[in-house]
Design a protein around this ligand. Sequence first.
Ligand SMILES: Cc1ncc(COP(=O)(O)O)c(C=O)c1O
Length: 494
Amino acid sequence: MLRASVQKSLRQTYKLSTRFSSSVAAQYFPEEPISPQLVTSSIPGPKSQAYNDELGNVFDNRATYFVVDYVKSLGNYISDADGNKLLDVYCQIASIPLGYNNPALIEAAKSDDMLYALIDRPALACFPSTNYAQILQEGILAAAPPSMTKVWTALSGSDANETAYKAAFMYQHAHKRGSLDFTSEELSSVMNNEAPGASDMVILSFDRGFHGRLFGSLSTTRSKAIHKLDIPAFPWPKAPFPSLKYPLQDFIKENHDEEIGCLQEFERIIVEDYEPHKIAAIIVEPVQSEGGDNHASSFFFQGLRDITLKHDILMIVDEVQTGVAASGKFWAHEHWNLTTPPDMVTFSKKFQAAGFYFSNPELQPNQPYRQFNTWCGDPSKAIIARSIYQEITKHNLVEKTAQVGDYLYDGLKQIINKYPGKVLNLRGEKYGTFIAWDCYDAEVRNNILLECRKRGVNIGACGDVAIRLRPTLTFEAKHADILLQVLEDSFKAV
Ligand SMILES: Cc1ncc(COP(=O)(O)O)c(C=O)c1O
């Protein structure tokens, strides 16, 4: 637990500014703990262990960090079964937007809209509810990225990406076919999983990218072998993603050359390895999150966009992890100022609902039932997404996240500079709280995570050696102060 004197000195060190004075977290969570509260000597404690053992009899529990008491979790603090309260900057793998038990979401959960959405779950494409258009307009679509006017809802991040892939394939084949109808050969060959009915087009993804774990999305995932082993995969291409050197200002030329090299190789693959129109779409994350929080510059993404336009390839931006305000913009790709927007933007995680945005009506297939499943999304999640959007807007949480991110980044820069052998490559400047750094090796990384947990902070890893921050949008300077102190103590301890 942090001593008051430590907090005071930290505030002095980082000159906590008065611009953080209006605390949205305090409005939402007047009872939020003021610091981590530890009641067992280790986490998981005995109750967590016992619950997890029971679970293990019926469910694979080997990835459990600790068992959670969601009733007692509040705001930025997650409570475990033993009553430990940890400051949570991992947040259910980057998917808690407004803090645990946010009153606005509780209100939405108790609404009549929610009641009927839950107990009379519609097959949305066949029997949509009278209010589905309104729920979308007031929430998911009100939050749409610039120039996007339509959405197709899905069930998870992987499903969002896969429905976007299907839209891309059907769009590209429709263009190739022109006004003609499906041929009898297409109709019969597809039933044998063969061309020409089954597509021989591909989706191109990037080295170290992560786009999910269903069959199609897993074929585009390139972050870790263990995710892919033993699972059949489509023979789809990958292109290199830049490996930038830090601090950025010391490697301007090297990094620019690196990005140019990646763009050249990307275009070479398109031109030399594939016939025209064989690559239906590319998919790219604004920050490769699971793959290690790898950033690239706006120049790189603008280059990708230009090349896709030149070769009639669709561009899908995967904002499953970067979306919904954490980057200091509502959508991270807004940082790029693209001259032409992407064709599709996928979302899930912090929005709770999932799906993809688009604007070109031709991305809707020529017939119903081609892009389809039983539920096609979930209105209960769309109702929650509406409240999330409304709360973000009402409390200016995009701007506030950008501000607290700057504060956190500055604090981290000072600490990380003190431990150069252990922690390095701080990244995410001017990128909200979407901040990460590398550790000397995986062992140091894992020890730092354990030291943080011992001190009451729940924090996550990504890639081979990185630690990533994924706090809520109600994470403020007071939380950042605690996090910084715990990080510094943990760096020191390993
Ligand atoms: C960028 C990105 N895309 C897709 C996914 C897959 O989402 P889900 O696990 O909900 O299927 C993830 C999950 O971490 C992700 O980070």
